[in-house]
Design a protein around this ligand. Structure first.
Ligand code: B3K
Ligand code: ZN
Length: 867
């Protein structure tokens, strides 16, 4: 399959001013009539022929300016597109095509889910609905008329504002939607079916009354309240923070249970995975509630950063995604504890983006090439892209950043633009030269930041030397220094903050920074708030322990404890490998004990502080990972900490028991998180304390107060040898087997339990009547949870875990190539395993590659992973 290169970008030969669509919906024979007003693009090289994208379409008729087009003027292109020969400078093209939503298991284009119709067009799904120049720099105004059986599809939705509806013969009806704003085809959407709406209203600050609707299946109306509330708070936040108002009379969301990702920001008609809409205390965890708030906000914020101002081409994806992730992170931070939110975001960045940046698919935030664009909706484009925006804001300051946003939108409203345009707006608004900073968009790999310090007692001069280097990544053997903003402070020996706090900018490979007049050698607090997405090293255990106890910056306090724990964990892994008896490191125990002492001051922060770095994170710090030893070491530590602190853990678990109604404010979420973290340690304690922990888990499971507590208890039981284990899993299944989203949790909990029989259990679950490869949530909850969330068993020395993933990817690729390509990632990280495991992982990849008819998306990931 061909590689698409950023440098080959050419403006579109034809522009589309107006699109009139008519969809007559039918499960197997939907008919789509499209009338396009086209004209030659004055900014492009002249072309005599018009080329349109198309995929899986059956052409039924075509007319140019009203005259039928014969076979002499039409040519079908490889891949499914259409060429119309010899067209005038401006003209109307009408096409009629047939498509089968029912046959669409790819879930791209128009498809059926539970008998209802949904679309997904980003990135290249619109071409599966009609012939079109399906690229984001072709922006047009759309009118959409839908026609369907009234009984099967009482609800007919599309983008923009409603513009009439009526009856038709034979029990059919129609509805028309007009979207006044020009948009790229990837933002087109249709939803039709037997859905019910939860309704509300929002008045924008200039007085526009917006009708809000969340469409779900009957019976789920009561589970939309949190999504609706999140939507209204997002709308108000964007007005308050950026002066950005909503721009249509209606804003609809439709929830669908078969969906390739989280949600989609279609203009005026967002489509959401049910996972990010539906929530009841009995069925959704605190993490689910937080996910809903974040994703609802994210999609809403796209209305300006993505929809009104969109991407010129897909290489610019981070223009909308990095910026919008930054905005949703900022929004969520404003809703509760900013520090705890930041810790969670950094944890996710390190868990997903750092390995990607060190692996075979490493790419810059603005990629240079791709085979399948869907493979580039990555943690790098999203999360690292957000970090780059965050750094820019720190460099130019909040006020200038806001000015830059205003300028960006004023300059580029209704345009399809590039990342350079965004950086230029920030540069012009702030008067700061950002040309060097833009390297962050071009260079892949996570920079390493090393620190050394020296103190001259006589003069009171303290010197910090910072050095950076970025490892080579595929296609980029040499790296340049990037400007790294290092927010910092100095802590005196008594734990007090000293003068000198501020922002250091490391622009060169190495730079020294001096501080004068200090009474004693300070400890440097670096990367406060995680001011740059880099790997910091060079501080001693002693310095880390000191910062964990004394720093004024909560992020650095948390991170120093994590780095301290990581260092000790790496040492213990070596002891496991040389079969030495393990002992709980006293320094680590002291940090843990101190976190427990202060736990009630800020339970949410304490819950983060108590969690040890993950097995994968530890593996990432090793030249050659050793999954068995890492697992043994981490299990040992959890047990030893649980044993040592069992009285206090039990006390916390008891004291934090809830009696009132379930609340989802930050404080309540924090208390539940701390209580459940305590329970997890307690259950791993030795002897009577551990037995008591398991008994508490059983009680908590049976009490069934809310899904957060139930699931936390079930997770403890599922990963234990408690006799109550199987009964709890069975009871959970019995109770929730009719609720897809809860059942997903049941699959995931078993897939990520590190028990020795986990793979056997996973194989059995893949044959369970409730398992369905065609449902992406279900596929992810079993295959993804196992391969990406159970390192000890996925990396079983037999290679069985790898074989299982390879088999599943092969089966999935025939059904849904996007989900298959996404789930294959863990096999690609073979370089960090030992030679024997590496060979088994490669064998899995080769087996997939040998499959005839492999999709280009899976092919790209697998072939790059083997290179
Ligand atoms: N823009 C969509 C993602 C589309 C993914 C296409 N494979 C959701 C989001 O980022 O908001
Ligand atoms: Zn997005």
């Amino acid at each position: 399959p061909p590689t698409i290169r950023r440098e080959d970008y050419r403006p579109p030969a034809f522009l589309v001013d107006q699109v009139d669509l008519h969809l007559a919906l039918h499960p197997t024979a939907t008919r789509v009539k499209a009338k396009l007003a086209l004209r030659r693009n004055p900014a492009a090289a002249p072309a005599a022929d018009l080329e349109l994208d198309g995929e899986a379409l059956t052409l039924l008729a075509a007319r140019l300016d009203g005259a039928p087009l014969g076979a002499d003027r039409l040519a079908h292109l490889p891949g499914g597109g259409l060429r119309v020969a010899d067209v005038p400078a401006a003209f109307t093209l009408e096409t009629e095509v047939g498509i089968s939503p029912e046959a669409n298991s790819e879930l791209s284009g128009l498809y059926l889910s539970g008998g209802n119709y949904f679309t997904q067009c980003e990135a290249e799904g619109f071409r599966r609905i009609t012939y079109f120049p399906d690229r984001p720099d072709v922006m047009a105004r759309y009118t959409t008329t839908l026609e369907a059986d009234r009984a099967a599809c009482p609800v007919l939705l599309s983008n923009g504002n409603p513009d009439g509806a009526g009856e038709l013969p034979d029990g059919r009806h129609w509805a028309r939607w007009v979207d006044p704003h020009p948009k790229p085809s990837y933002l087109f959407a249709v939803v039709a079916g037997d859905l019910v709406a939860m309704r509300d209203r929002f008045t924008t600050r200039s007085g526009r009354k917006v009708a809000l609707g969340i469409y779900v299946r009957k019976g789920d109306e009561d589970a939309c309240g949190h999504a609706m509330d999140s939507l209204k708070r997002s709308m108000a936040w964007d007005e308050d923070t950026y002066g950005l108002e909503y721009d249509l009379d209606v804003f609809n969301i439709a929830a669908v249970s078969d969906f390739n990702m989280g949600a989609m920001e279609n203009k005026g008609l967002n489509v959401f995975n049910t996972k990010y809409i539906l929530a009841r205390p009995e069925t959704a965890t605190d993490a689910d509630y937080e996910g809903i708030e974040t994703v609802v906000a994210h999609e809403y914020f796209h209305n300006w950063t993505g929809n009104r101002v969109t991407c010129r081409d897909w290489f610019q994806l981070s223009l909308k995604e990095g910026l919008t992730v930054f905005r949703d992170q900022h929004f969520s931070a404003d809703q509760g504890s900013a520090a705890v939110k930041r810790i969670g975001d950094v944890r996710r960045l390190r868990a997903a983006q750092f390995p990607e940046d060190a692996g075979p698919m490493a790419h810059p935030v603005r990629p240079d090439s791709y085979v399948e664009i869907n493979n580039f909706y990555t943690a790098t484009v999203y999360q690292k892209g957000a970090e780059v925006v965050r750094m820019m804001r720190r460099l130019i300051g909040e006020a200038n950043f806001r000015k830059g946003m205003d300028l960006y939108i004023a300059r580029h409203d209704n345009q399809a633009v590039t990342i350079e345009d965004f950086v230029r707006a920030m540069q012009d608004a702030s008067g700061t030269d950002l040309s060097r900073f833009a390297r962050w968009y071009a260079q892949a790999g996570t920079p390493a930041l090393r620190v050394r310090d020296a103190f001259d007692k006589a003069s009171g001069r303290y010197t910090l030397t910072l050095a950076q280097s970025t490892p080579p990544t595929p296609g980029q053997p040499e790296k340049q220094p990037v400007p790294i903003p290092v927010a910092m402070g100095l802590i005196g020996p008594d734990g007090a903050e000293l003068p000198g706090a501020g922002l250091l900018l490391l622009e060169e490979a190495e730079q020294g920074f001096t501080f004068e007049g200090l009474p004693a050698k300070p400890v440097p607090s670096l990367l406060r708030g995680y001011s740059a997405p880099v790997k910091l090293s060079g501080l001693s255990l002693e310095q880390l322990g000191f910062l964990a106890a004394h720093d004024t910056d909560p992020f650095v306090r948390w991170d120093s404890a994590q780095q301290y724990a990581t260092a000790e964990m790496l040492r213990l892994v070596e002891e496991v490998r040389s079969q030495k008896p393990l002992a709980l490191p006293e320094g680590l125990a002291a940090i843990f004990g101190a976190a427990l002492d202060r736990a009630m001051e800020d339970p949410a922060f304490a819950a983060e502080a108590l969690v040890l770095p993950s097995e994968d994170f530890v593996a990432d710090q090793m030249a050659v990972a050793d999954p068995e030893a890492i697992h043994a070491m981490r299990q040992f530590l959890r047990g030893a900490l649980g044993t040592r602190f069992s009285p206090r853990l039990a006390a916390l678990h008891g004291a934090l028991e809830e009696t009132g109604p379930y609340r989802i404010d930050g404080a309540s979420i924090g208390r539940r998180a701390l209580r459940n973290a305590s329970l997890a340690y307690l259950a791993r304690a030795e002897g009577a304390a551990g037995a008591e922990g398991l008994a508490r888990a059983e009680q908590q499971f049976e009490a069934g107060r809310n899904m957060t507590d139930v699931l936390a208890a079930l997770r403890v039981l599922a990963d234990s040898d408690s006799p109550a284990r199987q009964a709890a899993l069975d009871a959970f299944h019995g109770k929730w087997r009719h609720d897809d989203l809860v059942l997903d949790k049941w699959f995931a909990i078993q897939a990520s339990a590190a028990r020795p029989d986990a793979l056997e259990a996973v194989r059995a679950l893949a044959r369970h009547p409730d398992f369905d490869l065609r449902n992406p949530n279900r596929a992810r909850s079993l295959i993804g949870a196992f391969a990406a969330g159970n390192p000890a068993r996925f990396h079983d020395a037999s290679g069985d875990g790898y074989r299982f993933l390879a088999e599943m990817v092969i089966a999935l690729d025939a059904v849904n190539t996007q989900v298959a390509a996404r789930l294959v990632s863990p096999l690609g990280l073979w370089k960090r395993q030992d030679a024997a495991r590496g060979a088994l992982m490669r064998a899995g990849l080769e087996r997939i590659l040998a499959r005839p008819g492999l999709s280009k998306g899976t092919y790209e990931k697998v072939s790059k992973s083997l290179a």
